[in-house]
Design a protein around this ligand. Structure first.
Ligand SMILES: [Zn+2]
Ligand SMILES: [Zn+2]
Length: 405
């Protein structure tokens, strides 16, 4: 092996020597030049980070989106500048290619969850438990390229020629996507298991800084911050802090809420952590199958189906089992990255229920005849059926968790 290894090393060294140095491009990305002019037009005079984001979902590159970040103290001024110049603001929105939101917005709690027009970059959550029969685990990524604008001492906007990224931080928007966990803890809001991670998180750059967001398994809205120290240019050595203008979202698109049932089924299963309004969302074929199953079961047995958890409204990992009740008081398990069982990664609860293709169903009146009728009808309405605790876990034909046929 030794001679071969030596040759391999030689070859690799040769490749490294032959590969051209990465071109040092002191010119900003052309489209970002347009953004500079539009920011001049709306009259905003403050530092801006231009984020060019390219999602890579299941290995496929998706359309690149741009978004802006400004210092937290200047968000109001930026909003006011946009409102004061609607024509330029509209062109700026166009230049940013703002994402379309296609999740059914009906019944989403507008107080605690973002409106459809205010999300920026959208990406599907990673599915690290995707079975081999469905292609194996998938980690979704978003490649970021960051360029920065600042104002020189004469009040002119310029592209920052280079600098040091001192920190990049991802933060969950509290209570977003139906995760009503303890939102008051910075530790929990920034947990890599929950929000994913940037790689790299720091570094020096010329013209633009490249980094990759490793998207989490959890769906939620995510904010991010950047701390930059400028190197070269009129503001050499000065530090800037940026916050995104709109949140990003990691989520599954196109889920619908199963309608209130009435005579044949009821929606149940809401908890303090994942309230009822958010826990019964699914793809339409699964909703149709549940409704028709409930009608058939009700006609056969005169009993009512209890529809427990489906998926959260943005899908993603559905981490039940976080709360326990002690002396009548609901207590959340304390959270840290090392606690894989109970903190944003419960190994026991809802390994599936991520893509709107699985549901937990139960009967109301537990008799032997009802159970027999319930089970027989489940088999004729769903692709696969498993007993799970005191209920049945069923899968739509589209579920990636169905056993291979
Ligand atoms: Zn949760
Ligand atoms: Zn289940």
């Amino acid at each position: 092996m030794r001679p071969f290894g030596g040759r391999l090393l030689f070859l690799l060294a040769g490749l490294a020597a032959c590969s051209p140095d990465r071109p040092v491009n002191l010119q900003p990305t052309p489209a970002n030049g347009d953004i500079l002019r539009l920011i001049e037009e709306i009259g905003f005079r403050g530092p801006v980070a231009i984020v060019t984001a390219t999602p890579i979902e299941d290995g496929h590159r998706r359309a690149t989106k741009r978004s802006l970040m400004v210092p937290p103290a200047q968000r109001d001024a930026f909003g006011a500048a946009l409102r004061a110049h609607p024509a330029a603001a509209a062109r700026l929105t166009l230049a940013l290619q703002q994402a379309d939101e296609i999740t059914d917005p009906n019944q989403i709690d507008s107080l605690n969850n973002t409106r459809r027009d205010s999300l920026q970059v959208l990406v599907a959550p990673s599915i690290l438990n995707r079975p081999a029969s469905a292609g194996g685990p998938v980690e979704n990524l978003v490649q970021f390229s960051l360029e920065f604008l600042d104002i020189d001492p004469n009040g002119n906007i310029f592209f920052v020629p280079g600098g040091d990224i001192d920190s990049l931080l991802l933060m969950a928007r509290i209570h977003s996507a139906g995760h009503y966990h303890d939102g008051s803890s910075l530790l929990e809001d920034t947990l890599p298991r929950r929000v994913g991670r940037f790689d790299p998180r720091t570094g020096s750059f010329t013209t633009s800084f490249q980094t990759t967001w490793h998207v989490p398994e959890f769906s939620q809205e995510i904010n991010h911050t950047i701390r930059l120290t400028e190197r070269g240019g009129p503001n050499d050595g000065q530090t800037r802090f940026f916050f995104n203008v709109f949140p990003y979202a990691s989520r599954v698109t196109g889920l619908h809420r199963i309608p209130p049932g009435g005579a044949t089924y009821v929606r149940t299963g809401g908890t303090t952590e994942h309230p009822e309004d958010f826990n019964d969302w699914a793809v339409q074929p699964l909703i149709d199958a549940i409704v028709s199953f409930a009608t058939a079961y009700n006609q056969a047995r005169g009993d009512v189906v209890r529809v427990n958890d489906l998926s959260l409204f943005f899908g993603g990992r559905f981490d039940v089992g976080r709360a326990s009740t002690v002396n009548g008081v609901t207590v959340l398990t304390p959270c840290h990255e090392g606690d894989l069982q109970s903190c944003w990664g419960n190994a026991n609860g809802h390994q599936e229920h991520r893509l709107g293709t699985e549901a937990d169903l139960n009967l109301t009146t537990n008799t032997l005849l009802n159970r027999a009728g319930f089970y027989r009808l489940l088999l004729s309405h769903f692709q696969s059926v498993y007993p799970e605790g005191n209920h049945w876990h069923v899968r739509d034909a589209a579920s990636i968790y169905n056993p291979p046929r």
